[in-house]
Design a protein. Structure first.
Ligand code: NAP
Length: 286
């Protein structure tokens, strides 16, 4: 962790979660603060369930510029926000809060934008064609909504079909509805997709995603939002088959830019050395 010189004018931000010790965000944001010579600090802020409102009032009173919000507080942060971005409204969850000079709490969700930006930074056009998302959790919601907003035909397959149906039904961008596929048809469906996104938690540790790429269309781009390990079994399989891949760490880094810019006034760069720096974090976990 870098050591910064703190003055009476230090800008403060952090990540609120429970637990929060596994978060890579302090390592990332404090590295950006160091690189840009900003008088600021970004802290891990363990806040127990049920204490978010109290904590936010205290952080505002202590002069914080804002915070990231992670598990289990994202839905409560949504409910507590005075002003919601369109992305936050689409997700029903907030991961970035800004204490505005207007006295209002501004809630945003940067996961979907971070995903799109990570693709573009890798030279991939997210709107090139249809996408298949595996999974129907919080990350799937953010990514599906952002792809839908780009006009992409989004398909969803999840182990628990009901969850995918509920997610698709809630993403009601009338002209561009999300289509649910059976979990069992996920491999065969790849013949008609331009983009495959693993948003399940499979790929961490020993649990690999059961997936074959034998039916993949030749130009399929394979992405995995699991980022520990950086190259998941799915990405290895795709690379072995000559497919273009985009790793999930990019989404983490790009979504973080949005909060950093709001709190510290600089849109920070994401470069190869930052990927290495953040992934060298010895602390395991998302
Ligand atoms: N790169 C990034 O910036 C970023 C951002 C957010 C999240 N993530 C990562 O994305 C992953 C998902 O996060 P989340 O918040 O969406 O989690 P979540 O809401 O808990 O959803 C988990 C998803 O994984 C599926 N799943 C879990 N175990 C499975 C199994 N054995 N077989 C098939 N499907 C299984 C679940 O299916 P069921 O509905 O059937 O249970 C569900 O769709 C996590 O690994 C997280 O670390 C990365």
């Amino acid at each position: 962790m870098s050591i910064t010189t703190l003055t009476g004018r230090t800008r403060l931000a952090g990540v609120v979660g429970w637990p929060v010790s596994h978060s890579r965000s302090p390592r990332l944001h404090n590295e950006w603060l160091r690189r840009y010579g900003i008088d600021g600090a970004y802290l891990p802020l363990p806040v127990a369930p049920g204490q978010l409102g109290t904590a936010l009032r205290g952080l505002r009173a202590a002069g914080f510029a804002g915070v990231n919000v992670t598990i289990p507080h994202k839905q409560e942060a949504f409910a507590l926000s005075d002003v919601l971005s369109p992305a936050a409204r689409r997700c029903g969850a907030v991961n970035t809060l800004v204490f505005g000079p207007d006295g209002l709490l501004h809630g945003d969700n940067s996961d979907g934008q971070g995903f799109l930006d990570s693709l573009r930074a890798a030279g991939v056009d997210p709107a090139a064609g249809p996408a298949l998302l595996l999974g129907a959790g919080g990350a799937a919601r953010a990514i599906a909504a952002s792809l839908q907003a780009e006009g992409v035909a989004v398909h969803l397959a999840n182990r628990t079909r009901d969850r995918a149906d509920a997610l698709a039904a809630s993403l009601t961008d009338g002209c561009n509805p999300v289509r649910v596929l059976d979990w069992a048809s996920r491999d065969i469906a790849l013949g008609e997709q331009s983009l495959l996104v693993n948003t399940t938690s499979l790929g961490m540790g020993d649990a690999a995603l059961p997936c074959s790429l034998d039916h993949a269309a030749p130009g399929l781009v394979v992405t995995d939002i699991v980022y520990a390990p950086r190259v998941t079994p799915l990405l290895s399989l795709a690379r072995a088959g000559g497919l273009v891949t985009v790793e999930g760490l990019g989404m983490l880094l790009h979504q973080a830019r949005i909060g950093f810019a709001a709190w510290f006034g600089v849109d920070p760069a994401v470069d190869a050395s930052l990927f290495d720096f953040v992934s060298a974090d010895p602390v395991p976990g998302p």
